[in-house]
Design a protein around this ligand. Structure first.
Ligand SMILES: [Zn+2]
Length: 191
């Protein structure tokens, strides 16, 4: 009787846990776009988070035909670009996302992938001069075209040669990429 009573209790407890699982996603209330720069904001994100109340202004380069073609085209290089868009983005990003996060949960591939962070999520800009291989992020902008091209493949060999060349050409006109590339001519960069 006791054993039966116990297992009945456990099943009931398990069921009550199951009943607590939400049936639909938790939706955050809408937040208004930033009135200064038009950035989309999350609910409770401070009003000066994006452009510090217009103190920081951004250059928004026009969408070039070649980039539009990669996003919308039906030919092989466009579909390959969209399939690996995350890798392309990581390869050319100036910074990376960083936070104090729970490594145990992110490595747990058996259950639902969970990314849990504590505190603020921020952008990490690594040192301009590399201390070890492979190079990463902004460090790749410090080489001449041929060297930069081959080093990008060292980091991500599955990228398409023609797409990498195209993106490098487009970024050659980007004011922020130009600025970073220009830093290599500064003497005593370490200081
Ligand atoms: Zn703003």
């Amino acid at each position: 009787m006791t054993i039966l009573g116990k297992s009945h209790k456990t099943t009931k407890k398990k069921l009550s846990h199951l009943e607590k699982i939400p049936k639909k996603p938790l939706e955050q209330p809408n937040a208004l776009d930033c009135v200064h720069c038009g950035a989309k904001r999350f609910h409770l994100e401070p009003p000066n988070f994006c452009c510090a109340g217009e103190e920081v202004s951004f250059v928004i380069p026009p969408m070039l035909y070649d980039i539009m073609r990669l996003y919308c085209g039906l030919v092989e290089d466009s579909t390959e670009f969209r399939k690996n868009i995350h890798t392309y983005n990581n390869s050319f990003a100036f910074t990376s996302l960083d936070a104090k996060y729970d490594h145990k949960l992110t490595k747990n591939m058996k259950r639902v992938y969970t990314f849990r962070v504590q505190g603020q999520v921020y952008y990490f800009l690594n040192s301009l001069k590399p201390s070890a291989d492979p190079l990463f992020g902004i460090q790749l902008y410090f080489y001449d075209t041929e060297e930069e091209f081959s080093r990008r493949f060292d980091v991500s060999p599955r990228l398409h040669e023609s797409t990498v060349k195209l993106l490098m050409n487009v970024l050659g006109q980007n004011p922020y990429a130009k600025f970073f590339k220009g830093l290599r001519d500064i003497p005593n960069l370490e200081n």
